[in-house]
Design a protein around this ligand. Structure first.
Ligand code: ATP
Length: 335
């Protein structure tokens, strides 16, 4: 349960808002869209759904939404509005064009659901043009400053766990070692959570260097403790493609044979978990309250179980760090 702020509706309540999803899709974007649409309609605000993120915005590809537009989507993965990566939006003249599209339709504010790249685009749009923006953290990576949780993270962790529990059966039957790669180019949030929850023998994340010798030592120690020869090592994908295969090759040089399993995009899809549905619904509907209270240029997230706002500027400038103690816990539990 989240503590939802009670916000005043100020006199400049928007008449019409638009909503888009951008960057990598994440499970829970649909309930977030539904939350925005239903809360806005409840307040008598028109809502336009923009197709394909910023790519759709700059060409005015949008439709007015009603309550029925978001029927039967709360349980669906992906995003009803589709998503895209639109490099052109990095150009200020293109963002100006996007603002004109919104103004022509008398749209006062834009709700952007996406990762830190998408939120950067939203921040620049409002800074350069007289359009209000509110961001929602929609990414499986949970790597956004200003929020403890992001829409899709819980589902992605559970999807990875479901797969790893199955891999564990094979690992035990064949007494083999698996390196399971999960998503996380710059951050080890997914890997660390998954590692703790699946009882991984080791977790490898971009934030900390783990030497192959440490992995070999850990697995040799497991055998001495009578834990058998099988094992799961969870590896965050990191920035270099092929990192997990490379690690398997390095371990082979240390006479430790490991099979590689890359979970990949399976982690992005699927029905959002109950947790993500509730989170997304609360963030989506509260975003409308923030707009009605006159807020602009903020992301609505969750801190200490309370829905709260953070300036988009801070989200862009500051990094969310994986907690040292939390990561150490992931390693300690398997000794
Ligand atoms: P995820 O990392 O979860 O996939 P994201 O939102 O960080 O999500 P990006 O590909 O980084 O994904 O960004 C999505 C889109 O946001 C970009 O394609 C672009 O349209 C816009 N965007 C990203 N960075 C900027 C920027 N610096 N200036 C303007 N727009 C940006």
């Amino acid at each position: 349960m989240y503590k939802i702020p009670s916000l005043p509706t100020n006199k400049t309540k928007p008449q019409a808002i638009a909503i888009l999803t951008s960057g990598g899709d994440s499970p829970g974007m649909n309930p977030a869209i539904r939350g925005v649409v239903r809360a806005a309609l409840h307040k008598g605000i028109k809502v336009y759904g923009i197709n394909k993120g910023y790519s759709g915005l700059i060409i005015g590809d949008m439709v007015e939404m009603d309550s029925a537009s978001v029927t039967n989507i709360v349980q669906r993965g992906g995003t009803l509005l589709k998503s895209d990566r639109c490099l052109a939006f990095k150009d200020p003249t293109v963002r100006h064009q996007a603002a004109l599209v919104l103004k022509e339709k008398n749209i006062d504010a834009l709700v952007v659901i996406g990762g830190d790249g998408s939120l950067t685009g939203a921040h620049l749009l409002t800074q350069e043009n007289n359009i209000k923006v509110i961001g929602l953290p929609g990414t499986i990576d949970n790597d956004i400053y200003g929020t403890d949780d992001t829409i899709g993270f819980d589902t992605a962790v559970n999807t990875a766990l479901d797969a790893i529990d199955k891999i564990r059966d094979t690992a035990l039957s064949h007494e083999s070692l698996f390196l399971v790669e999960v998503m996380g180019r710059n951050s080890g949030f997914i890997a660390t959570h998954v590692g703790i929850a699946c009882g991984a023998e080791m977790v490898v994340v971009p934030e900390y260097e783990i030497k192959p010798e440490t992995i070999c030592f850990q697995l040799a120690n497991n055998r001495l403790l009578g834990k058998g020869a099988s094992g799961i090592i969870v590896v965050a994908e990191g920035q270099t493609p092929g990192l997990t295969t490379h690690l398997a090759n390095v371990l082979a040089q240390h006479k430790l044979e490991a099979k590689v399993c890359i979970l990949g995009h399976i982690q992005r899809g699927g029905s959002p978990s109950g947790h993500d549905r509730v989170l997304a619904s609360c963030l989506g509907s509260t975003a409308v309250n923030y707009l009605c209270a006159g807020y602009n240029d903020v992301m609505i997230g969750v801190r200490d179980n309370a829905i709260t706002e953070t300036p988009l500027k801070d989200i862009i400038e500051k990094n969310k760090k994986l907690d040292d103690t939390f990561f150490e816990l992931a390693l300690l539990l398997h000794k």
